[in-house]
Write a protein that binds this ligand. Structure first.
Ligand code: NAP
Length: 277
């Protein structure tokens, strides 16, 4: 498994698993559990969840999937912006830990920027870190301007990642956020790497994938995996798709293919506001 270094030197898998919209339907539970467990076996041991997902149902599913394998997994969860202050974050974190059945999160992210001032949020993260409830903290959906404001508060430059929307059809971050993070050795975590499956039906990607004897999902993921400092977290709810996505690690895209992908999915020609899903 390719790995990516966090600012504290910890290595994490470049290909992990997302879990939005998982754990919400009883009938799908066994299939989803099998998918997550297969991903862990394959080494996709970074698992991303959030208190928001299914009002905790995703965290509960992840908790069940990792029972007995906690030490193999790098666990990421997220706090709602309205819970991201000194008064509210400790209880929100406890609820997430309880649903996940663990004592500590490897990474706790601010899901998106809300009304609570950054200094309050950073202090809340640092207290949880000092109490051993989280190993590190990070943010999600923050653009360069937000990052600069965050860095201006005490301890505000202590984030481990920024998790943002990034895939072949959403390349705006390459203009400014990606170089900004790269200059600080802060990895980006690419969410919705398959554009929630919408990318996979695009004829130009389908055709290119066929010429490479790969699937559209594998090409989309392999392209992200070739970007420096990017952690990729596709969500797949069955074993077959998890295995297919894992296959992206073996797909090396040559220079000509990368040029072709730039032609089909052009990089930004100027600054664009950060997109969110
Ligand atoms: P995604 O990973 O881009 O796409 C997931 C969709 O693609 C699902 O419908 C899945 O279907 C399908 N899929 C997966 N592998 C496939 C394959 N090999 N072939 C065909 N279809 C495939 O979208 P996402 O779930 O939005 O993003 C990934 C993760 O990022 C989320 O789960 C979540 O953890 C995180 N996220 C974070 C934020 C944020 O604000 N921080 C926002 C969005 C997402 P099945 O599930 O039916 O298999």
């Amino acid at each position: 498994m390719k790995s990516i270094a966090l600012p504290d030197g910890t290595q994490v898998p470049a290909l992990g698993m997302g879990t939005w919209m998982m754990g919400e339907t009883r009938a799908r539970r066994a299939t989803e559990l099998a998918a997550l467990q297969r991903g862990i076996e394959l080494g996709m041991t970074l698992i991303d969840t959030a208190e928001m997902y299914g009002d905790g149902a995703s965290e509960e599913l992840v908790g069940e999937a990792i029972r007995g394998r906690r030490e193999q997994v790098f666990l990421v969860s997220k706090v709602y912006p309205f819970n991201a202050g000194r008064r509210t974050m400790p209880a929100a974190c406890e609820r997430s830990l309880k649903r996940l059945g663990v004592d500590c999160l490897d990474l706790y992210l601010l899901h998106w920027r809300g009304d609570i001032p950054f200094d309050d949020t950073v202090e809340a993260f640092e207290r949880l870190q000092a109490a051993g409830k989280i190993r590190r903290w990070g943010i999600s959906n923050l653009d360069v301007q937000d990052m600069q404001e965050l860095c201006a508060v005490p301890g505000g430059d202590g984030f481990a990642v920024d998790q943002v929307l990034y895939n072949l059809s959403r390349r705006g971050i390459e203009w400014d956020l990606q170089p900004w993070c790269a200059a600080r050795n802060v990895p980006l975590m690419a969410y919705s790497p398959l554009e929630q499956a919408r990318l996979l039906a695009q004829p130009k990607l389908v055709e290119l994938a066929r010429s490479l004897q790969a699937t559209p999902a594998q090409v989309a993921l392999a392209w992200l995996l070739q970007q420096p400092g990017v952690i990729v977290i596709p969500k797949a709810s069955d074993v077959r798709r998890v295995e297919e996505n894992f296959g992206a690690l073996r797909l090396a895209l040559d220079a000509a293919t990368l040029v072709e992908l730039d032609r089909l999915f052009p990089p930004p020609r100027g600054p664009r506001p950060l997109e969110m899903l």
